[in-house]
Design a protein around this ligand. Structure first.
Ligand SMILES: [Zn+2]
Length: 236
């Protein structure tokens, strides 16, 4: 058995575990992800309600302004009514007053409806805010548990990194470079075990001549995927 390949195989295993732990560090566990989704959803619902309330309130302020204008005009027309000189002017002034009154009524109705809508939305929002306190405390507990578990994972990552560094220190620069080049090009697998005379990574058959080289302890590359082959002698 080639001692270099033995080290590369060990390095490969350490790096595989390291990759696995690092992935765990960055992905939410399902136990937390489920409550996190629920919490996000509740927050989205509440901000949608806040936005609706905001835009209705804006509309209400606009209608309010228009209502003021119309009431001013109504006063003006009522003033004019005092100064009419004939029946025709009187009828015309009344027509304006009548139309403006109708407009004022419409605006008042619209304002009332908006106020009722805002009240209903506000009530819904308040209820959701009260209800979300319990959800938030569950979220906090799940988040805390997840963060706590990451501590152990981080320790493990440190240990694996130290292990990888100590193996690398035993390799020649050329071999190390060669290993990492294949590692990057081949989905983080630079060394493949030979199983039943085949490369376990790409299933290419290892020719008998290469098997002999492997048994001699040579550094042999797979003819299919060009990974370094690792061959364990059958235990007898
Ligand atoms: Zn292969």
């Amino acid at each position: 058995m080639n001692p270099d390949v033995e080290k590369l195989w060990e390095l490969q295993n350490v790096l595989t575990q390291l990759g696995d732990r690092e992935k765990q560090l960055t992905s939410k566990p399902e136990s937390f992800a489920a409550i996190d989704r629920e919490w996000q959803q509740a927050n989205d619902d509440m901000s949608r309600l806040e936005q609706s309330i905001e835009s209705l309130s804006k509309e209400r302020r606009r209608v309010d302004g228009e209502l003021d204008d119309q009431q001013e005009m109504l006063k003006k027309y009522q003033g004019q009514l005092m100064q009419v000189k004939n029946q025709q002017q009187y009828a015309a002034a009344w027509k304006e007053i009548d139309a403006t009154r109708r407009h004022v009524k419409e605006l008042e109705d619209s304002e009332l409806k908006t106020m009722t809508d805002v009240e209903a939305l506000q009530k819904d929002l308040d209820e959701r805010r009260n209800g979300s306190a319990e959800l938030k405390s569950r979220w906090d507990v799940a988040h805390e548990a997840w963060q706590h578990s990451l501590g152990d994972l981080r320790t493990e990552v440190q240990q694996l990194k130290a292990r990888a560094a100590s193996i690398e220190a035993q390799l020649s620069d050329g071999l190390k470079r060669n290993f990492y080049q294949i590692f990057k090009q081949r989905q983080n697998v630079a060394v493949a075990r030979v199983v039943s005379d085949s490369c376990s990574a790409c299933r290419t058959r290892v020719r008998p001549a290469l098997m002999q080289q492997l048994q001699r302890g040579d550094l042999v590359y797979c003819e299919g995927c060009h990974r370094i082959l690792y061959f364990e002698k059958a235990q007898s």
